[in-house]
Design a protein around this ligand. Sequence first.
Ligand SMILES: Nc1ncnc2c1ncn2[C@@H]1O[C@H](COP(=O)(O)OP(=O)(O)OP(=O)(O)O)[C@@H](O)[C@H]1O
Length: 588
Amino acid sequence: MRWLLGIAAFAAAWLLPYALGGYSMHVVDVAIIFAVLAIGLGLTMGVAGQINLAQVAFFGVGAYAVAILTTGAGLGFWTASVLALVAAVVAGLLAGIPALRMQSHYLGIVTLGLALAFINWVTNAHVAGRAEGISDIPVPPMFGIDLSSAYLFYYVELIVFVVFLALALFVTHSPLGRRLRAMRDDDLAAGALGAEIPLLRMTAFVLSGLYGGVAGVLYAGLIRFVAPETFSIGNMFLLLAMVIIGGRSSIVGCVVGALALAFVREALLDVSAFAQLGYGVIVVLVVVFFPKGLAGLLSRRKAGGRARLGPFQEYGTAAADEGTVLEVEGVTKRFRGLVALEDITLSVPAGQIRGIVGPNGSGKTTLFNVVSGFYSPTRGRVRLHGRDVTNLAPYRLSLRGVARTFQNLRLFEDLSVRENVLLGLDRTRTAWIWRYLATPWAVARYSRGLNRSAEEIIARFGLQEVADAVPRALPYGIQRRVEIARAMAMSPSLLLLDEPAAGLNGEEVRQLAEIVRSIRGSGVTVVVIEHNMGLVMSLCDHVTVLSSGRVIADGPPDEVAVDPDVVAAYLGDSMAAPTESEVEHAEG
Ligand SMILES: Nc1ncnc2c1ncn2[C@@H]1O[C@H](COP(=O)(O)OP(=O)(O)OP(=O)(O)O)[C@@H](O)[C@H]1O
């Protein structure tokens, strides 16, 4: 259906010039340029969640580079265009550097500053023609076709537009796009799943620069004159309005928004001051009432299904590696004055289920955060399979076999259960991105392979009925299982579970124990933080007890449970120490 719609739209677009007068054709040509810009902005802001108010500057870099290189340096139009694209991509890279350090409104302010700096530069620089701009850009040559005609130039634009729309849709629906969306939803969780956040942010800005550059080249070829006002903040705002109204996370929505607003802008040209006000009002209304824009109105909500879990299918047994998987040596973590961990030393042999218990605030989650790379320890070392991994970023640790779940569940709320699992499965590096241009068919084949593996994991964890639902539509117990499935999709050698039984009912806790045992049976070492003492006593081979950031006991569950220091540490804490019957149950 979508293909048919696409082909029909392309056929209609191909025939459009036959129905339009010269001026209308020109208006359509300009609208397409805005649509290309909006796709670029949709990719950075909508898909990747990076606030980017410099898109209009990338557009300007593309257009000005063509203007300067053709009129000043005497290059041919297409040679200048290739260099202009390179310049716009480099501008995107530079604008992306602040995104490595800051996010949200701070990033908005910085990118806005870059856009203003660009306008300021072109308005004052001699080489850019100052306020008068640069005219006499040559007509792009094309096998004798006269591209000074708005009608013929339209076909060049249409083909470029379709190619870059297809590229944007391909990227959005590929493993890379999924990672970008995951980063937008929760960059910490995406990092723990192997997403190289800094590179991904740069990728988003590079894409933005590329689309800005393409729009700039088209603009220079169409208008053959550049001046600062085209790249003004007013037009940046218009572009933003296009993307917000269309639906920022939908590429097609961005295109529809851009085309619609470009025509409205043209209609309101005589009352442009009021038009700006009008756009502002419309944007506010859309943000308040339809935060997902026009595209959100049309998209069908993914149902939560009947939200029933199927049975868990056990993993086959496999021998764990030999030796010690995790060693924590003398780790101290301070947060300003507060010592969250003090001189923690522990080691977890391969194939063990290790419990970490302790009263609230004793440092358990902080220990996980150090081991999984979220925090750097103030002192001490962490070793994985004997190799020092202290201070490695979460994505590096994830690629070395550490997977984790979170106390407060960090599922990607705008991605389906299947996509959450797919993210865990995708073990590629972001540097792989060149393949999206060079060998897209290989990317498509890889993506199909991931889909097949995802179905296996979904079936193993009994998630078939909820695979298309978004996590927030699901009961808590199912979300917890999805998080474990996603972590196991990473084929880890060390699985860190942070309070996996929190919020589960008795039957769900029993199923959880069965799942964790099966995971261990498949050769994965498990470390579990848990307050449910019954579960700890029955599940864990070995327990480490923390209190006020220190290890106060370490040993088999039954010994630890009766340790006087442990009993003392739990006195006064709301959580009860294990009861005698729990100890007996564990011993039995
Ligand atoms: N990012 C942070 N900044 C400042 N203090 C922190 C930070 N993270 C943890 N802490 C503090 O470190 C101490 C240990 O916290 P942590 O969350 O590790 O305890 P916990 O044993 O996991 O507790 P709970 O059982 O309640 O989850 C607490 O006093 C907490 O307030």
